[in-house]
Design a protein around this ligand. Structure first.
Ligand SMILES: *Cc1c(COP(=O)(O)O)cnc(C)c1O
Length: 358
């Protein structure tokens, strides 16, 4: 049976990556970031594969609800907090921990009645200029949070780095200095590092770390591969050859006749396209693994199909397995060919691609 595109997920690699992260940030507890459907890896199966994660972090209330519905009992942090009183009640009901990043969220907490005591992560904007209290507004926000009735179960502090993926970056140092200065004298647990912070700058691995990309086995750095960081890819995006064409020199392949065969060629048509989340802008020459061997894409990505030149692989037949990224073909490398980052490729794997646990 020839099988169409699927994302094969390796829970063992997830656990391996978590333990690599723990080796890098030995004192820290790990909040596994599983937003955006666990970067395309499946929210619930990913969380269930990580029983040792100290907490999970999501971007949306609904993601937290799905985790609780699946029986996840670890703390769940809503990275952007809540936006309405109804959401706040839901968050209380399901025991979510909240990021508090603006005065409106403090007001919601002040106005909430009942006896629930939250773990609250106050976010300080040290220069990302996206979410969080600017340093000068932080003391007032902290005071209001400390006065909440009932009192928070625990207050913690976090910030997010803009340039952690570049080593020895001045912005990172400036953000760290601002964070230290803003939190000086306070005795709360803090969290700064995302994946790039964890592997790039040991200084930022404070009480909690927040890895996303690294958990899934991809490198956040342009100058270091996942393998060099001790990470293993978790997703293998696989499909198969659904047709073969022998074409003569001068013939073209696909929409726009965008590729012309320089010589007589054997072309494999593969069941994967932009309908599955492959970027249409993938350039010609992007490698795919056909029966484990690299072959270059030719012509445009269409909705359901791509084509690869397999002239060097005479054994290829209909049904031959193809890997679009995964072990042996890093998603980071494919991202470079698409002019994007591995985050976007992983998150873009579309609904029609079934996830299979290995
Ligand atoms: C998404 C996110 C992370 C994870 O970032 P990675 O680069 O994937 O490790 C960490 N912290 C916050 C606040 C986030 O939004």
């Amino acid at each position: 049976m020839s099988r169409l595109i699927r994302a094969v997920i390796e829970p063992r690699a997830l656990r391996h990556n978590l333990s690599t992260i723990r080796d890098r940030a030995r004192r820290a507890r790990v909040m596994a970031v599983v937003k955006a459907n666990a970067y395309g890896h499946g929210l619930v199966p990913t969380a269930l594969s990580l029983p040792d994660a100290d907490a999970f972090a999501v971007a949306r209330l609904e993601e937290g609800l799905a985790l609780r519905a699946a029986g996840i009992t670890q703390p769940i942090v809503l990275l952007e907090g809540v936006f309405t009183a109804e959401q706040l009640l839901e968050a209380a009901r399901h025991g979510f921990d909240l990021v508090v990043h603006d005065a409106l969220q403090v007001e919601l907490l002040e106005e909430m009645t009942g006896s629930h005591r939250f773990v609250l992560w106050i976010k300080i904007d040290t220069g990302m200029n996206r979410l969080g209290f600017p340093p000068r507004e932080f003391p007032a926000a902290l005071e209001r949070v400390q006065r909440l009735k009932p009192a928070p179960l625990e207050v913690r502090l976090l910030t997010h780095l803009a340039c952690a993926d570049e080593r020895d970056n001045r912005m990172t140092n400036a953000q760290l200095a601002r964070f230290r200065e803003t939190t000086r004298g306070l005795d709360y647990l803090v969290s700064v590092a995302n994946s790039a912070g964890i592997f790039g700058n040991a200084q930022v691995n404070f009480d909690w770390v927040r890895p996303g990309l690294a958990l899934y086995g991809a490198s956040p750095f342009a100058d270091a591969s996942a393998a060099q960081l001790g990470l293993e890819p978790v997703m293998s995006l696989e499909s198969s050859v659904i047709a073969l064409r022998r074409i003569a020199a001068g013939e073209t392949v696909g929409y726009g006749a965008a590729w012309t065969a320089p010589r007589d060629s054997l072309i494999a048509i593969i069941a994967a396209g932009y309908g599955d989340g492959l970027p249409r802008g993938l350039e010609g020459g992007t490698p795919v693994l056909v029966a484990g061997v690299r072959a270059p894409l030719v012509g445009r990505v269409s909705m359901d199909m791509i084509a690869a030149d397999v002239s060097a692989l005479p054994e290829v037949h209909v049904g031959t397995g193809v890997v679009l990224w995964g072990p042996g073909l890093p998603v980071e490398e494919i991202a470079r060919h698409a002019g994007t980052i591995p985050y976007e490729l992983l998150c873009s794997v579309s609904q029609r691609v079934p996830l299979e646990l290995r």
